[in-house]
Design a binder for this molecule. Structure first.
Ligand SMILES: [Zn+2]
Length: 198
């Protein structure tokens, strides 16, 4: 490694190292082409990248398009080294709580969708969501409940006829939904009286 820019240029090197600090206090190699400190250049590049995420994406896509072989090889080597599995595991562990919280947050924001997903996943409950299911109307109940909750009234969306009961099977459809104050809903539980309807 040459110690001056002139020497580096003469030797055809891309970098040189003076051993002195740059104007920003970095003791780093410098570029022979313009004498810029490499640490400063990295900082500048990352700042620019942060300011232009779209441009960064486009550049990355372009680079990937031009370096498909390189990337493929890198991926293969990475996978073969077993590093990927370790990294994935570590990442999952580290983000377990984060992921859980994200899921909870999504459920809070999408109570109706969350409910439907649970329903569809559960084989026993799947019957309660018929094919002609009117998702938009059902959504209204959940929106209304949420609005009421935002206003300080704790309302739940309740199934008039319970959907999981040993005697009856109500549907998760608009005509089987009602808004109930949380207390009533909780005290009602899963009770159902065949003769009285409820
Ligand atoms: Zn610097």
């Amino acid at each position: 490694m040459q110690s001056t820019r002139a020497k580096a240029k003469k030797a055809g090197d891309k970098h040189y190292f003076t051993g002195k600090e740059c104007a920003h206090g970095h003791t780093e190699k410098r570029y022979a082409c313009d004498g810029a400190c490499m640490q400063c250049a990295r900082k500048k590049a990352s700042k620019q990248a942060m300011a232009n995420p779209e441009k960064r994406k486009a550049l990355l896509a372009k680079w990937r398009g031009e370096n498909k072989e390189h990337e493929k090889k890198y991926r293969e080597e990475y996978a073969a080294s077993g590093m990927a599995a370790i990294a994935n595991k570590r990442y999952a562990e580290k983000n377990k709580e984060k992921k859980l919280e994200a899921t909870r947050e999504w459920r809070r924001n999408n109570p109706q969708k969350s409910y439907e997903t649970t329903m569809r996943r559960s084989k026993a409950r799947r019957l309660a969501v018929p094919k002609w299911f009117d998702s938009e109307s059902v959504k209204c109940f959940y929106t209304a409940a949420r609005m009421l909750r935002d206003m300080g009234f704790n309302y739940h969306v309740d199934h008039v006829i319970p959907i999981t009961h040993n005697l009856v099977c109500g549907l998760h459809t608009p005509d089987n939904l009602q808004l109930l104050p949380a207390f009533d809903n909780l005290s009602k539980g899963n009770k159902f009286n065949i003769e009285g309807g409820i």
